[in-house]
Design a protein around this ligand. Structure first.
Ligand code: ADP
Length: 626
């Protein structure tokens, strides 16, 4: 005899909405039922650990029946007793039910992506009513004598239970599909949904495949729809190189099967998750484009796919990393809203970041060739972290590399290597920014350092200027740009003051001559071979950075430069004599123009008037030969 019962009020409301209001993305009902089936098998398998007689060939079956218009999802998992069915499905509303209803109410007709969120409220089973006019569930509890039970409902207020004759433990859910949902009987539709959402479910998801033979008879074979390859859950020693490769090509943002390193991460305790991350070998040509910048990691919850671009799991400066995070703490089917600022995701991000940085450090220390290759491809992105991730900035400083004045072109050194090679007299870390090695390498601002035997880091990435704003110190040593701001050397002050007095006429002349572009004319110890150079105020933008901003059509005020003179250079003394004689001499003007333009050329800046420069140089050459 069938017993009829009423659904709990909230559930009745919920079902009413499922049936009458939710039409978008109905596909997820199958994900929910498969996830429930996998959970049920998880429980049965756990029980079988202590009761080996309960072990069976764990599987989930999906059987479409076009003639009957039904879709059946069954598992051989834990099953339920009659009492459990009544409680679980129908009379005891989960605490999430009310929350779900409230949200539906608040959203009103904007309930578009709400089906996505069903699982998160622990009401996934009821999503069956989005596609079914009637649901029949037959279940038998595993490892117990309790008889099987048939639960049945059309979702309209009441459900019935009655004894059933199933003898196998497990649960079978038969959906009588509504006519407009007949597409869920198509095998391509079913396999598509499974591949999308449930590919990595640990148990085989089987669907019978019917083949019509030549003699019109039919052969039915079982087809496994999911790859089951949750390789992130396996021990690294159990995963073959080929499996890594095929998985990498499956999830890689860049295509190809070549990766540099596969990193497994398994966190237990407060937050439990597993991750499999890949450092790619090669950057795609469009690495710096925004599409690539928006990538994240794939997120699974208990092997069920949630989203493939979860940005919250990894900081932007590691966006070249691809991989999977599988959390067992997040509710299944978390919504994007919930992902937004979920503290659990923040914790995972922290662990993922720490792991990647420590693996990179290891790579740097044990396989320099690979690290050099990695850094060549992705270094410019990794560096961003120094500016954006304050907590990990120190670790990142250990990982960045630069060319330097004393290293051969193309060879990169770490800050650690730089500091270790510093002579005792050197107190700061020197660097110069510019757009390429050739132009910074010939900067007159390097002369003093070359003579002292100090090295200077060459920062030639467009982003270096920006990052240096947060670099501050490394191993308690300050960073100092060789072509910026004041430059003091013990005992030099007096010499410079004397030069300023001695050559006052020339300084005066330059000040007037370059009033538009130069804010200060002064003497400096910085130069040894060149007569002069242009320097930037300590906190002003470098000319290189200014050019970059202008190239991006940004309005940048012109900052006045400092014109520095070499007190030891014979040209300075000679020009000063000329200035003392006649500050309005055309020859003096010509020399000034050439000197200033040379200083621009030396730092790789374009000349304001190249033709005028060429003319002035030619005239000076002619005069020299006379
Ligand atoms: P959730 O799975 O989030 O708990 P559901 O509404 O999907 O919420 O399911 C309600 C409950 O019904 C589950 O917690 C489980 O106890 C039971 N249940 C659902 N499907 C099955 C199944 N295939 N086998 C055993 N129990 C199930």
């Amino acid at each position: 005899m069938a017993k009829s019962r009423e659904f709990k009020t909230e559930i009745r409301q919920l079902l009413d909405l499922m049936i009458h209001s939710l039409y978008s993305n109905r596909d997820i009902f199958l994900r929910e039922l498969v996830a429930n089936a996998a959970d049920a098998i998880d429980k049965a398998r756990f029980e079988s650990l202590t009761r080996p007689e309960l072990v069976r060939d764990w599987a989930i079956r999906i059987v479409p029946d076009k003639a009957a218009g039904t879709l059946t999802v069954s598992d051989n998992g834990i099953g339920m007793t009659e009492e459990e069915v009544i409680d679980n499905i129908g009379t005891i509303a989960k605490s999430g039910t009310r929350a779900f209803l409230k949200m539906l109410e608040e959203r009103g007709d904007q309930a578009g992506n709400i089906p996505e969120m069903i699982g998160q409220f622990g009401v996934g089973f009821y999503s069956a009513f989005m596609v079914a006019s009637k649901v029949e569930l037959v279940t038998k509890k595993s490892g117990s004598d309790a008889p099987a039970v048939l639960w049945s409902s059309s979702g309209e207020g009441r459900f019935t239970t009655e004894p059933a004759d199933r003898t196998e433990p497990g649960t079978e859910i038969k959906l009588h599909l509504r006519p407009e949902c007949a597409e869920y009987l198509d095998s391509w539709k079913i396999s598509g949904i499974i591949r999308k959402y449930s590919d990595y479910i640990e148990y085989p998801i089987i669907m019978p495949e019917v083949k019509v033979n030549e003699d019109k008879s039919e052969t039915v074979t079982d087809k496994v729809l999911n790859s089951q390859k949750a390789i992130w859950l396996r021990r690294p020693s159990e995963v073959t190189e080929d499996e890594y490769k095929s998985f990498y090509s499956h999830i890689s943002n860049y295509g190809g099967t070549e990766y540099l390193k596969a990193i497994h991460l398994s966190a237990e305790g407060a937050s439990e998750f597993k991750a499999l991350l890949f450092l790619p070998k090669q950057a795609p040509f469009n690495l710096l484009l925004p599409e690539i910048q928006k990538r994240g990691l794939q997120l699974y919850v208990k092997r069920v796919f949630i989203t493939d671009e979860c940005k919250q799991l990894i900081p932007d400066y590691l966006r070249f990393v691809c991989g999977v995070v599988d959390s067992s703490d997040l509710p299944l089917n978390v919504s994007r809203e919930i992902l937004q600022d979920n503290p659990l995701l923040a914790k995972i991000e922290k662990a993922v970041t720490g792991k990647i940085l420590s693996e990179l450090k290891k790579l740097l220390e044990t396989d320099r060739k690979s690290y050099d290759q990695f850094f060549g491809e992705f270094g410019k992105i990794l560096k961003e972290g120094i500016h954006t991730d304050f907590t990990n900035a120190e670790k990142l400083k250990d990982l960045v590399m630069y060319e330097s004045m004393n290293s051969e072109p193309g060879k990169f050194i770490t800050l650690d290597e730089y500091v270790k090679a510093m002579p005792e007299s050197q107190k700061e870390i020197y660097y110069i920014t510019g757009d390429k090695r050739e132009s910074v390498a010939s900067s007159p601002a390097l002369e003093y350092f070359r003579k002292q035997g100090y090295d200077v880091l060459f920062m030639t990435d467009p982003i270096d200027d920006w990052i240096m704003q947060s670099m501050f110190q490394y191993r308690k040593k300050n960073f100092k740009s060789v072509d910026k701001g004041d430059f003091e050397v013990d005992g030099a002050r007096e010499k410079l003051e004397n030069a300023a007095k001695q050559y006052a006429a020339l300084v005066e002349f330059f000040k007037k001559e370059f009033a538009d572009s130069v804010g200060e004319v002064r003497f400096s110890i910085r130069l040894t071979d060149s007569p002069c150079c242009l320097i930037t105020e300590g906190n002003a933008m470098s000319p290189h950075l200014e050019r970059l901003f202008r190239a991006m059509h940004q309005q940048i005020p012109v900052s006045k430069r400092i014109f520095e003179l070499n007190p030891e250079h014979p040209l300075i003394a000679a020009l000063n004599a000329e200035a003392e004689k006649d500050a309005a001499s055309p020859r003096l003007k010509q020399y000034a123009r050439v000197l200033y333009d040379q200083a621009l050329l030396a730092e790789g800046s374009p000349l304001p008037d190249p033709a005028a420069f060429a003319k002035a140089v030619t005239e000076l050459l002619v005069n020299g030969l006379k």
